[in-house]
Design a protein. Structure first.
Length: 91
């Protein structure tokens, strides 16, 4: 499932750790934004990580599921990646 994850984390240390965690799951497309192809298990994994590591009194993580029809309509002006660039396989 196409997924956009955004975050606003006040602590540099926590933000860096979250960035490293998300980097394993998708493409860092903008500052504090990742575009990913995730299944339900991976989304649960991200939610669990956030629950255990993020201070929700001061920080925010948002997970947006994007249908494939909407992903095809996404417009990128200037530099950036699109969901179609997420079609890669690690061997």
């Amino acid at each position: 499932m196409n997924t956009v994850i955004t975050y606003d984390i006040s602590s540099n240390k926590t933000r860096t750790r979250l960035h490293k965690f998300l980097k394993e799951l998708g493409i860092h497309s903008q500052l504090s934004v990742f575009e990913c192809r995730l299944d339900d298990r991976e989304i649960r994994q991200i939610r669990r990580y956030c629950r255990d590591n993020i201070d929700f009194a001061t920080d925010s993580v948002r997970i947006y599921k994007v249908c494939s029809g909407c992903a095809r309509k996404a417009l990128v002006q200037g530099q950036g990646v699109t969901f179609s660039q997420l079609d890669w396989v690690v061997i």
